[in-house]
Write a protein that binds this ligand. Structure first.
Ligand SMILES: [Fe+2]
Ligand SMILES: [Fe+2]
Length: 274
């Protein structure tokens, strides 16, 4: 199988990232890249042609085919059309780890993204941002960058919160130099003719010249959808970073009167009628 060197380097985050990787990490990244390419080729061959992405109009036509709105957080909607399951109660003083295990689980996507960030030598603020960047999707989906930053802001470094808030915006804008391409997944979920709303375009314009532009950009570079369901990922490799940078409140998340305490309580008790 032929490897497009430039595309490969871009896929792992650009030349600067490659420079930080040891031989083993490079070999592993190459292997992973080739697997992905192979999967894409097989999928294209099986279908006989490249995937056809929906239009915005086709996606909008699906709205009235569902008993819930697409923006509902995942704890509020049954998986694969099934009824929701009873949730295990949270311990009295819940920690971030408890929320990962009992409300964000399986959390494959964020764990995989953080694993990649760890392997490619990102800063601890960026690794933490990768680990937390989409957790709020359990609660709500629209504007998840802003919601997610708000949820975690009282407990994490300012740079990590910045990265979480603005990764949502940067996902719509390629940056080949940084190794980020517009994702096929977005053609799939937004429609191939989708244009981000004006406030996203304005936010991007502002971000481009911000001194912290690379913080959310590196979250997008490590933001992976291709997930191997058999890969074992866990929170364990990140507990040191969490310990150093996440200010766990002694009263437990939800009970410390922080500006986002109510969001944690809602995640803890999504079956509450009011
Ligand atoms: Fe995201
Ligand atoms: Fe993500």
């Amino acid at each position: 199988m032929e490897v497009d060197r430039r595309a490969f380097i871009a896929s792992i985050g650009g030349a600067a990232v490659v420079a930080t990787m040891d031989h083993e990490a490079k070999a592993e990244a190459l292997e992973h890249y080739m697997e992905e390419q192979l999967d894409a080729q097989v999928a294209a061959q099986q279908g006989g042609q490249p995937e056809k992405f929906p239009t915005v109009a086709e996606i909008e036509a699906q709205i009235e085919t569902r008993p819930y709105r697409r923006g509902a957080g995942s704890v509020f909607v049954g998986q694969r059309g099934e009824n929701v399951k009873k949730l295990q109660p949270m311990p009295p003083k819940p920690t971030l780890k408890d929320f990962f295990e009992l409300r964000f689980a399986p959390a494959n996507h964020v764990l995989q993204s953080a694993t990649r960030a760890l392997k490619t030598g990102m800063s601890e603020e960026v690794i933490l941002a990768c680990l937390l960047h989409d957790c709020v999707l359990s609660l709500i989906k629209p504007d998840h960058g802003w919601w997610g930053a708000q949820l975690f802001e009282p407990y994490i470094p300012e740079k990590s919160a910045f990265a979480i808030r603005y990764h949502q915006t940067l996902r719509f804008y390629p940056d080949p130099e940084a190794g980020y391409e517009y994702p096929d997944q977005y053609y799939r979920i937004f429609g191939h003719d989708y244009q981000p709303p004006q406030y996203i375009a304005d936010t991007y314009k502002w971000l481009k010249n911000h001194k912290w532009y690379m913080e959310p950009r590196l979250v997008t570079v490590n933001d992976l959808y291709a997930f191997d369901p058999n890969a074992k990922v866990s929170l364990d490799p990140f507990m040191d970073i969490v310990g150093r940078h996440f200010k766990q409140p002694k009263e437990g998340l939800g009970f410390d009167n922080s500006p986002s305490a109510h969001m944690w309580r809602t995640l803890a008790r999504p079956d509450s009628p009011l």
